[in-house]
Design a protein around this ligand. Structure first.
Ligand code: 26W
Length: 817
């Protein structure tokens, strides 16, 4: 077994380093330093240790000569690093002691760290879990992302309404874990025109950008658990090259060169807050190209510096595209090969299409990216030519496969015809990649069946499934120390590096003593959350109640409004049915709505208003509490997830590609109430039907209902409880004196046609909740189910996901240092 502490640690010199940073970096003294200054100085001192290993890893000959994965993602939702890194390098106790001797509590200092919220939700958090698992298993990797100045907006509530504020995650002092790499900076062009030059009778095309900006990389160390391998997460920051490009000035692109000054500073200013909704904004495409171009050049730089030939690129490098957001990397690599390296098109295409692989994360039509041809033409004129050429050759293949079938060509073409011609990024990805994968078994089946059926026929081995996973380090060991200790006491500590070992816990599922210990830990975690709610929201929660949790982005397809209707039905029954009884419940929500998504914001408002009334209504005797925690982020999830009894995973079947919160909560001993959607299907397979509450329409039933003409009024008129619950939204029950303030949700569910079938699933959902209520009354039975959830979800470790990618897609080997 490997030692848990690899990095050389000497307490006295560490303390000296912290003190040195206090004075020389943060200009303060031991006597005067604030907690924040102590945290920053400690962070810098720790980062020095990992930077050393980062550079060592970078120089390691065996790694330079091994195949690496380059994970390209516009989002990495890493969350706070300090506590997690201390666990990975095995120095948590040592640093607790070292800081204690300096009069500082490590736990308090860790609270000083702001979350780097460089992602929207699932896709960004998945990228962070994958980096953790790649480093832990020592697969050579570089994560490439963007160094946004402002991460996802901070959320607060004003009279129940969501308010957004900018999130300056770096603070004025900078983020202690990152190091600038000015020697690795790149120049990135935009706009301009294409020149044709003759070269020995050959016609070469060359892009002359009208504007050039600088890409400055910042490295964040990704520390492998129980290993001394440190791989970089390389985040590009856009800087202007002052004052503007002389070349473009001379070429008459004066106007566009002026753009440079305005645009350059903006490119990495802020993360776009849309989740699953594509808006086609120019600046977003600039972010995408900036990210792709800087990353592709850095990959080629590493490859060439290691002495490898261009032809051997796929042997040493694979480039994983996290959704279509970095798709433009494909034509960019082609441009470099053909225009800059003088390679022939066919050779370039063979190399290129063996290098890229693409992960699809959503089937929602409004999330599938298309960019207007005219925008690409203006911003990236040479790339547009290359896309035409790729499409031209691809359509030849289509014609060969389906001669004379024009509809096939129209459907598969990378260019969507019409008044405004659009480039379909997903089609470009499938054509330019050697592998395409969905993120859960059901989702991957739907990718084959509904999204890309013709591509599947054309390229029968290209489409794969890799079921998502979550890192057990952050999502159990770090966030739930009580449960981690209990598990370690029973089965030893190696589970955190090999999550399948948790299965051994199932032998204690009937053991009453273990059940009591398990439930005691859950209770303590509920108390920790209740304390947070008391301190921050001034609401008192009873930890004997069922903690029922729905935490994820606010979206109609995720159906927070179904949960809300269930709450209304309970409220209605408590007030109107003297025989009705229920185990006290606390409904916990946390979610950000995209700032431009009106209905999502209205749902937040409605839940907040309902909470206000219900929480203070003496008639219901504290049976019901509703809390909407503000500013959902990774560090909040770390408090909420260990405290969950019930995990709400209630999307309309076929809409949630995978979900990963479902995995985190099951791992922490929550019982899922969920539809047959995304990874819920596989969670059920693992934990068994008796340990999960599945309800509602399945994918084919959803399709049939839509096809037959769904009418929500049929459900409304047939179900008195549903009707009564909905009617609570139209009066002034929750907004005294102001009638109809919560109408939007009601309207969308009735006159709006209820596109996500909330009403159709309502009755089944209520029934599943009744079963949960009944089960909770039997605490031993509940404990057994909760234990089995923890024990049986080892499959959902992101270590396993990464091994699936490695074995089935990337074909690379780990390098132990
Ligand atoms: C262009 C706008 C946009 C922005 C983000 C479109 C799509 C996205 C993401 C793909 C949305 C996303 O985060 N998808 C989620 O990915 C998770 C990781 O695979 C899955 O677990 C979720 O089910 C899926 O919704």
């Amino acid at each position: 077994m490997k030692p848990t502490q690899q990095i050389q640690f000497d307490k006295a010199s560490f303390q000296t380093s912290v003190k040195k940073h206090l004075s020389s970096t943060y200009a303060t003294t031991i006597e005067k330093a604030s907690s924040r200054a102590w945290y920053l100085a400690m962070g810098r001192a720790l980062a020095e240790l990992t930077t050393f290993d980062l550079l060592e890893t970078e120089q390691d000959e065996r790694i330079r000569n091994a195949k690496s994965v380059n994970y390209l993602s516009l989002e990495f939702l890493i969350g706070r690093l300090t506590g997690n890194n201390l666990i990975s390098i095995g120095l948590y106790e040592e640093v607790t002691q070292a800081m204690g001797e300096l009069g500082q509590s490590l736990t308090d200092l860790l609270e000083e760290e702001r979350d780097p919220s460089l992602g929207n939700g699932g896709l960004g958090r998945l990228a962070a879990c994958f980096m953790d698992s790649l480093a832990a298993q020592e697969f050579p990797t570089v994560g490439y992302g963007l160094h946004y100045e402002y991460g996802l907006f901070k959320q607060s509530f004003e009279q129940g309404h969501q308010k957004e504020a900018p999130d300056a995650w770096c603070g004025v002092e900078g983020y202690p874990w990152e190091i600038a790499r000015p020697d690795l900076a790149q120049e990135i062009g935009f706009y301009g025109h294409v020149e044709v030059v003759q070269d020995n009778g050959r016609e070469l095309r060359r892009w002359v950008p009208g504007m050039v900006v600088k890409a400055m990389p910042w490295d964040i160390p990704i520390v492998g658990y129980q290993s001394n391998t440190v791989y970089p997460l390389r985040l590009w920051e856009c800087q202007a090259i002052a004052p503007f490009s002389l070349e473009s000035f001379n070429n008459g692109n004066y106007f566009e060169a002026q753009h440079a000054l305005i645009d350059a500073g903006n490119i990495t200013k802020v993360l776009y807050p849309n989740d699953n909704h594509e808006k086609g904004k120019t600046l977003r495409l600039m972010q995408q190209y900036f990210h792709s171009a800087a990353s592709v050049r850095d990959i080629l730089r590493r490859h060439e510096e290691a002495g490898h030939t261009l032809a051997s690129l796929p042997k040493y490098e694979t480039i994983q595209l996290n959704d279509t957001h970095p798709t433009i990397a494909i034509p960019e690599l082609m441009r470099i090969f053909v225009d800059e390296k003088g390679m022939g098109w066919d050779e370039a295409w063979v190399i290129c299409s063996k290098t890229f692989a693409y992960t699809n994360h959503t089937l929602l039509p409004e999330a599938l990216e298309t960019w207007s041809e005219s925008l690409i033409q203006r911003l990236l004129p040479r790339h547009m030519e290359i896309i035409y050429q790729i499409n031209h050759l691809f359509l030849k293949e289509v014609r060969a496969k389906w001669p004379g079938d024009v509809s096939k060509q129209r459907k598969l073409s990378i260019i969507q015809e019409g008044f405004h011609r659009m480039v379909r990024m997903a089609n470009l990805c499938v054509v330019g990649s050697y592998a395409v994968n969905g993120v859960a078994a059901l989702h991957s089946d739907l990718v084959k069946r509904d999204l890309f059926p013709e591509f599947h026929e054309l390229y029968p081995t290209r489409l794969h499934n890799v079921t998502n996973g979550v890192t057990p380090r952050r999502w159990l060991k770090f966030c739930n120390p009580g449960l981690s200790q209990l598990i370690t006491d029973k089965i030893g500590k190696q589970w955190a590096a090999d999550l399948d070992q948790l299965e051994a816990i199932s032998q204690f599922a009937d053991d009453t003593e273990f059940q009591q210990q398990f439930m005691a830990v859950k209770k303590a975690n509920k108390q920790r959350l209740a304390d947070w709610v008391q301190d921050n929201m001034n609401i008192e929660l009873d930890t004997n109640a069922i903690f029922d949790v729905q935490i994820k982005r606010l979206h109609e397809y995720k159906r927070q409004h179904l949960n809300m209707l269930h709450i209304l039905s309970l409220y209605h029954r408590l007030l109107n049915d003297a025989d009705f009884d229920m185990v006290p419940r606390v409904f916990i929500f946390a979610a950000k709505a995209a700032p431009g998504y009106h209905l999502a914001k209205e749902i937040i408002y409605a839940i907040n208003k309902i909470a206000e009334k219900v929480n203070n209504d003496p008639r219901i005797n504290n049976k019901l509490k509703v809390v909407f925690l503000p500013d959902y982020r990774v560090s909040m999830a770390e408090i909420i997830i260990p405290a969950a009894d019930v995990s709400e995973q209630i999307s309309t079947a076929g809409k949630e590609a995978s979900g990963t919160g479902n995995m985190k909560m099951a791992l922490n001993g929550a019982l899922t109430i969920g539809t047959m959607d995304g990874a819920n299907v596989e969670i059920r397979e693992e934990v068994g039907d008796e340990n999960i509450y599945i309800f509602g329409l399945e994918v084919d039933e959803v399709e049939r209902l839509h096809a037959s003409g769904y009418n929500p009024y049929l459900y409304y008129n047939a179900d008195p409880l549903l009707k009564a619950s909905l009617e609570l939204l139209v009066g002034d029950e929750f907004t005294p004196g102001e009638v109809g303030k919560l109408r939007s949700t009601y309207d969308s569910l009735l006159d709006g046609g209820d596109p996500y079938l909330v009403l159709a699933d309502f009755a089944a959902y209520v029934e599943a909740h009744e079963a949960i209520d009944a089960q909770y009354r039997d605490q031993q039975g509940w404990a057994k189910k909760a234990i089995l959830n923890t024990a049986l979800v080892g499959k959902f470790s992101s270590d396993r996901s990464i091994r699936d990618y490695v074995n089935n897609i990337w074909q690379l080997e780990s390098v132990k240092r």
